[in-house]
Design a protein around this ligand. Structure first.
Ligand code: APR
Length: 185
């Protein structure tokens, strides 16, 4: 599924984030930036050991923030390490922190001249964020950022399974109906 906001596109695909050929891919990292499982493990495995050698010099990353590194053996030139929140049901802060992780990732991309970025579904795995709550936050934050920053031309959400893809498709369809800036392709 694909929509556009002015000249920029948001697209949803099912696949593996490590195989994306966008200029940057976003890692669902933790605050240590020293690797982990899920997306984090897959990206470190695919990028090779020099990625950890670099991320271990970055001094960690706060929840809701993002830091950039090289991509090494990955197709992508850069990895943007974003730290999403651990989901807590009645904590209103988690939505703000999840939005912030996406916004900071796009700000970091902009700061480094990156115009095409691929995101995983941050916080929806180990960190337990329900897909139907995370998808509207991820997509709404991205659409708002693209409206104000035309330098970013493509944001691709790479969903690992059909359930995640369906959740993001439903959220993007809702956004197309509610936000006049979001036009179906
Ligand atoms: N490509 C795309 N998506 C993937 C991939 C992959 N190769 N592997 C897993 N996913 C999906 C998961 O199915 C989930 O929907 O990415 C989403 C995020 O899951 P996690 O990787 O568990 O990330 P998160 O929930 O943000 O938890 C972060 O997990 O791996 C550790 O070090 C990491 O402590 C951090 C925590």
């Amino acid at each position: 599924m694909r929509v556009h906001i002015n000249q920029a596109a948001i697209e949803l695909v099912q696949g593996d984030i490590t195989e994306q050929d966008t200029q940057a891919i976003v890692n669902a990292a933790n605050t240590t930036l020293l690797g982990g499982g899920g997306v984090d493990g897959a990206i470190h495995r695919a990028a090779g050991p020099r990625l950890l050698r670099e991320t271990s010099t970055l001094g960690g990353c706060a929840t809701g923030d993002a830091k950039i590194s090289g991509g090494y053996r990955l197709k992508a030139d850069h990895v943007i390490h974003a730290v999403g929140p651990v989901y807590r049901k009645d904590d209103p802060d988690v939505a703000r922190l999840l939005a912030s992780a996406h916004r900071r990732s796009l700000e970091v991309a902009l700061e480094h001249g990156v115009s095409t970025v691929a995101f995983p579904a941050i916080s929806t795995g180990v960190y337990g964020y329900p897909l139907h709550e995370a998808a509207p936050i991820a997509l709404g934050t991205t659409a708002d950022f693209l409206r104000d920053h035309p330098q970013i031309t493509l944001v691709r959400f790479v969903l690992f399974d059909q359930r995640a893809l369906a959740a993001f498709e439903a959220a993007l369809a809702d956004l197309s109906r509610s936000d006049p800036n979001v036009q179906p392709d």
